[in-house]
Design a protein. Structure first.
Length: 436
């Protein structure tokens, strides 16, 4: 329920498609519509609505919002055409954030029906760039599901699109979504969330946050190769000899976190005025609960990890990177240490999430390879998380050329982006040169 408070998730996949608009209309549209229809028979929550109850019951209590699917419910599927430069959009270099907004669909606001309000939770937009490519934009209300469930939906849809039926998908029983609500958490968490005005007052006036025009913001992708990551790990073992293990995810996130902090200080000319800032990410809890829930559990099954530190420590040369690794690694370790008590601090997650300090969040995970989302035209040529525009988050995904690489996406003001790219390049060269 806490995810009702968050902005929608906007994903965008780029596919090469050197064919005409007529070919797209004749071949692609019918296949996508048919395969989506079949997929929704198994993943029906994507066609459901979030149901909110504005009126209190006879006991004066608010009723918990719920997802409801009724026969005849559907989702918005839009087909569009674009004349922007496809090759420019799918690059890694800094590009104007505004160019991407029209490629992802919006979610409609609340609709009053009897004593409840119906809120759409998912929409798709497929855009043709004639003789160049196709983009598929997805938008979902974060309350619907997390990255794992959304990825399972995409894997089912692509399988059905390529094979024409759901036989291959159904051949693996483990592919079917698990809808039973089996996760136990404190009842007081629901009571606390229902008392919050944004949830308690959900009504027909509700509209999900929309992407707004950015006056001076660009998006870019930083690629850290497997070789570079391994060399960074080797360097860290010297700097942090007590470090038992560090994941590629932690290395990539910590590296970018330290470089973003340095670029912000460089552009704003501030040394330590922020004093405290933090890195926040989520962990998939499906296999970490006791007892564990199936990997195909549908919904949000994640826990918050927050790693606070001082800006001055993050920006202390190469040691700032090592410090970021240590802080983030400890944050992950402490959060996931106690399986049975993993939700014991859940009531504090929102308070932590909205603390007014500079925060870098994370969207995505390299464990779910977005470059495997193949509808039959070949693997994506590029993946972007457009919802980074809402906040100071980064995206972290497996690389296109190698699943051992990391693609880290970020959106920054143009001057800060220039500083970030220079700082990250120089820092990487400096660290690697120490090992020669």
């Amino acid at each position: 329920m806490a995810w009702i408070l968050f902005h929608p998730v906007h994903q965008l996949f780029f596919y090469d498609y050197p064919h005409s608009k007529a070919d797209f209309i004749e071949k692609v549209i019918p296949n996508l519509k048919h395969s989506l229809s079949v997929t929704l028979q198994h993943f029906f929550p994507f066609a459901s609505n979030l149901i909110a109850f504005p009126e209190e019951n006879h006991l004066g209590k608010s009723r918990k919002p719920e997802f409801r699917y009724a026969e005849g419910d559907s989702l918005a599927l839009t087909f569009a055409e674009c004349d922007l430069d496809f090759n420019d959009l799918k690059g890694n270099h800094p590009r104007d954030c505004n160019k991407f907004h029209s490629l992802v669909p919006l979610l409609d606001g609340g609709i009053k029906v009897d004593d409840y309000v119906k809120i759409p939770v998912f929409a798709i937009q497929v855009t043709i760039f004639p003789n160049s490519g196709i983009t598929i934009g997805l938008t979902n209300h974060h309350a619907l599901c997390d990255a794992r469930s959304r990825y399972d939906f995409l894997m089912a849809w692509t399988s059905i699109a390529k094979h024409g039926t759901d036989e291959m998908f159904l051949a693996s029983a483990s592919s079917l979504p698990f809808y039973d609500r089996v996760i136990e958490y404190p009842n007081s968490l629901d009571e606390m969330l229902l008392s919050l005005p944004p949830i308690k007052n959900l009504d027909e006036k509700y509209k999900p946050p929309e992407l707004v025009h950015q006056t001076d913001k660009v998006r870019a992708i930083l690629v850290l190769t497997r070789t570079q990551i391994n060399l960074l790990k080797k360097w860290l073992l010297v700097q942090l000899p007590e470090l038992e293990y560090v994941s590629s995810f932690t290395v990539g996130c910590a590296y970018v976190w330290s470089c973003i902090a340095k670029s912000r200080v460089h552009v704003e000319g501030k040394k330590g005025e922020y004093e405290v800032e933090r890195f926040a990410c989520v962990a998939d809890l499906r296999g970490r609960l006791d007892p564990p829930v199936p990997q195909t559990y549908f919904g949000n099954c994640v826990g918050l990890i927050a790693a606070p530190t001082k800006t001055t420590l993050l920006t202390a040369g190469n040691k700032g990177f090592a410090h970021a690794v240590e802080v983030l690694g400890n944050g992950i370790k402490e959060t996931l240490k106690f399986k049975q008590g993993i939700f014991k601090d859940a009531e504090t997650w929102l308070e932590i999430a909205f603390l007014p300090v500079p925060t870098i969040g994370v969207a995505g995970t390299p464990k779910l390879n977005v470059y495997d989302v193949d509808f039959g035209w070949g693997k994506p040529q590029k993946y972007e998380t457009i919802s980074l525009d809402f906040s100071d988050s980064i995206s972290v995904n497996a690389g296109k050329d190698s699943s051992g690489d990391l693609e880290i996406g970020l959106c920054l003001p143009s001057k800060q982006m220039d500083a970030f790219l220079t700082i990250s390049k120089n820092q990487l060269e400096s660290i690697l040169s120490e090992q020669e």
